[in-house]
Design a protein around this ligand. Structure first.
Ligand code: ACO
Length: 329
């Protein structure tokens, strides 16, 4: 069989509440100027108290399923990529399966931090192309506000909540997933982590008092790795797909920081800023969901047309990274 998996429907969900830079100025010692110049972020969204990874993921999934012109009972597998699951177990994938009524689907969570959408897409592509499953729902929901320390100005300005979803299938028209390249380097695990709450440091009164349940990040180091890894993953992926960078109509990078995105884009010879799609100014870094939310927005705004090629690239804790070349049929 020589048929390639495609994305035949997309969806996203952003909570209503907006957290602006001026709101953050009231919470920590920072300024709108500093945040905009160092990150490109102006605002981000925050989930409400009754919104979770599962409910935001289910909302994005319903849109993606309708966009693919399917019904929930036609989904036969659900892969959820998140760093902020509702619970340690059961999986958020099982909760979403129930909420959307995908009665015949298997369901599993994976963890690849901000690269999660690409890791999940890669698994879905492989399973669909081998015939193991027909219609796979990929969901990347994040409630990062639940692990963000709003007393730490070096991290709290960066993160936001949101969810993305897509349907991967051989049937129907959409974005052909030409090639995906993934990588990891666990030696750098400590650069970006939530140290508490796992089996090494279970939640205790002390671990909570010491803020171990929040994101810890060596910002400068992470910055350098992010630029290099997204560049190399993208170039390897383009080479594997036998696509020249001039042929890429759009690049959708992980929306971690405008300076990371710009620095990465400059490392390409033929990648003008207007072909780099950005949402970082309005949603901040929404981890696994960021590339998926941006892809959904690009498609809904009808900014891409038949015949175009799109490059996705992401980077995150682990460290993990990856890139994908899509071809708009
Ligand atoms: N407001 C004002 N000043 C601040 C703030 C703030 N919010 N945060 C830090 N500063 C200060 C620092 O204390 C420091 O002051 P000092 O010089 O007196 O010590 C100064 O600003 C410079 O700090 P740096 O950390 O060097 O600032 P930098 O330019 O590196 O920007 C940032 C920090 C935005 C975190 C940047 O390093 C970054 O974006 N790193 C990558 C983050 C990232 O992408 N993380 C996630 C990727 S993977 C994932 O999404 C999970």
């Amino acid at each position: 069989m020589n048929r390639k998996a495609k994305i035949i429907g997309t969806g996203s969900y952003l909570p209503e509440r907006v957290l602006t830079n001026s709101d953050l100025e009231q919470m920590v010692e920072t300024s709108d100027d500093w945040i905009v110049s160092r990150t490109g972020m102006k605002e981000r969204r925050l989930a409400g108290p009754q919104e979770y990874a599962s409910t935001m993921g289910a909302a994005a999934s319903r849109v993606a399923i309708a966009d693919a012109e399917l019904t929930p009972d036609q989904i036969d597998f659900i892969i959820v990529a998140t760093s902020t699951p509702d619970y340690t177990f059961p999986s958020t994938a099982c909760l979403i399966q129930d909420q959307i009524g995908a009665k015949s689907a298997g369901a599993v969570d994976i963890q690849a931090a901000c690269t999660g959408y690409l890791y999940a897409l890669s698994m879905a592509k492989a399973w669909v192309e081998t015939g193991a499953y027909r219609n796979i729902l990929v969901v990347a929901p994040e409630k990062l506000s639940s692990i963000t320390n709003y007393k730490d100005r070096t991290t709290c300005i960066l993160f936001g909540d949101g969810a993305a979803a897509c349907i991967v299938s051989l049937q129907g028209k959409g974005l052909v997933i030409e090639t995906i390249r993934l990588g990891a380097d666990g030696e750098q695990a400590e650069l970006l982590m939530v140290p508490g709450g796992g089996c090494r440091q279970p939640a205790t009164a002390d671990s909570v008092a010491n803020s171990q349940h929040y994101i810890k990040m060596a910002g400068n180091e992470v910055f350098k790795h992010a630029v290099r890894r997204m560049e190399s993953a993208s170039k390897e992926c383009l080479e594997a797909a036998q696509v020249n960078e001039k042929e890429i109509a759009w690049v959708i990078p992980h929306q971690a920081n405008i300076r990371i995105i710009d620095a990465m884009a400059k490392r390409f010879e033929h990648l003008p800023p207007e072909r780099v799609f950005k949402t970082v100014h309005k949603y901040g870094n929404t981890s696994a969901s960021s590339v998926g939310i941006a892809l959904d927005e690009l498609l809904r705004a009808e900014m891409t047309k038949s015949g175009e090629k799109i490059l996705l690239t992401a980077f995150g804790a682990g460290l993990t990274w990856g890139a994908a070349v899509l071809h708009h049929e």
